[in-house]
Design a protein around this ligand. Structure first.
Ligand SMILES: Cc1ncc(COP(=O)(O)O)c(C=O)c1O
Length: 364
């Protein structure tokens, strides 16, 4: 029996040849001109003015907060449902994380709750455009934060290839972040990129990424910084992956539609309302009602189909242990939510097989 993975990276001889050619040309592996090309390519695709590659998404978020002066005593608002890197980026700098519940329609931070939570200590809001979706009021987030001089950091780690009416997600905030970790729509193994339209922010990112140097290669340090650099070996892989991105964006949409169509008669399964003109779902996210998630997972696993549980409600994790707080929507989706196999590599036949197994489980 072969296993259908929940997610897997997808490379072929194009990446292999690009890496060989790069090594053959005597490149130093560390970041240089190919990294600049990769940054250009992502920047062009998402339509931002500037882009800066970073070692991974998690450190990209930390870097974005650090250059914005977020530190001890400051407050950062974070959705309770997200990958833990979003919250940890603030906590690692000594800031206080305030969790905000999510909107059940989009799984993104609830705008009204965010507004209520803002205090005089709020220095940043991290809006996660999760799984290629965005809050209906995304422009209001921008205005609200701008009027109060609060940094709007858009964690679009999962949103490469998703737009709102032609504007790419990740470009609404002051700074946006994309991740290229192994399960993402395209990957460089590890990796991330920060995007912004603000030249001053871009200059700060570049300096902080390079030990705070005034100019690359000169040992004169004008600001705090560290080593947040990328490598050209990742960049040559990323450049090949970028060529494949448009096809994958469309394929993810087809995969979502196929699942939705094949599972429409299964009452226990529901899909989030998803506008496929804008959203390219990175993961196929479904809600399983009636406490049947674990039995379904087991049934699928026995048949070689891997799934993944949703992120837990972060406040309840030991790393945060906010036992007296409650965020009902994040808690509910953590219980009901399941990610089905979602790789762009999946064939139509595999999707039909997965859907048949799910249907059989519920009609038994
Ligand atoms: C929403 C979100 N933010 C941040 C990250 C962290 O990115 P990375 O794994 O590249 O560090 C992820 C990774 O999946 C993510 O999903």
């Amino acid at each position: 029996m072969y296993t259908i993975l929940q997610m897997e990276p997808w490379f072929d001889e194009k990446e292999a040849r690009a890496v060989f050619d790069y090594m053959d040309s005597g490149g130093w592996v560390t970041e240089f001109s190919r990294t600049r090309e990769f940054e250009e390519s992502v920047k062009r695709y998402v339509g931002s003015r500037y882009s800066a590659a970073v070692p991974n998404g998690a450190l990209g978020l930390t870097l974005a907060l650090a250059i914005s002066g977020v530190g001890y005593g400051d407050e950062v608002l974070v959705p309770d449902f997200t990958m833990v890197a979003t919250a940890n980026a603030a906590k690692m700098l000594g800031a206080r994380v305030t969790f905000i519940d999510i909107d059940p329609k989009t799984l993104c931070m609830d705008f009204e709750l965010m507004k209520k939570a803002v205090s005089s200590k709020t220095k940043a809001v991290i809006l996660v455009t999760i799984n290629g979706r965005y809050p209906e009021e995304i422009e209001s987030f921008v205005l609200f934060c701008r009027e109060r001089n609060i940094l709007l950091l858009e964690d679009a780690a999962q949103s490469l290839g998703s737009f709102k009416d032609g504007k790419h997600l990740g470009t609404f905030g002051d700074i946006g972040l994309f991740s290229f970790s192994a399960p993402k729509i395209i990957t460089t193994g590890q990796g991330g990129i920060l995007v912004t339209d603000n030249e001053e922010i871009y200059e700060k990112i570049k300096k902080y990424r390079d030990f705070g140097k005034e100019k690359p290669g000169e040992d004169h340090y004008i600001t705090m910084g560290s080593n947040f650099k990328f490598t050209d070996i990742q960049a040559v892989i990323g450049l090949e992956q970028m060529k494949k991105l448009p096809w994958r964006v469309e394929r993810k949409k087809q995969i979502f539609s196929l699942y939705e169509g094949n599972l429409k008669n299964v009452q226990e399964i529901s899909f989030l309302p998803t506008n496929l003109k804008n959203t390219s779902p990175w993961f196929i996210d479904v809600m399983i009602s009636g406490g049947m998630k674990e039995p379904l997972r087991k049934h699928l696993k026995e048949r070689g189909i891997e799934t993944r549980l949703f992120f837990p409600a972060l406040h309840s994790e030991p790393a945060y242990a906010r036992v007296n707080e409650t965020y009902p929507v994040a808690e509910k989706v953590a219980v009901d939510g399941l990610w089905l196999p979602s790789s762009s590599k999946l064939t139509d036949k595999e999707i039909k097989y997965i859907c048949k197994e799910i249907t059989d489980f519920f009609v038994r």
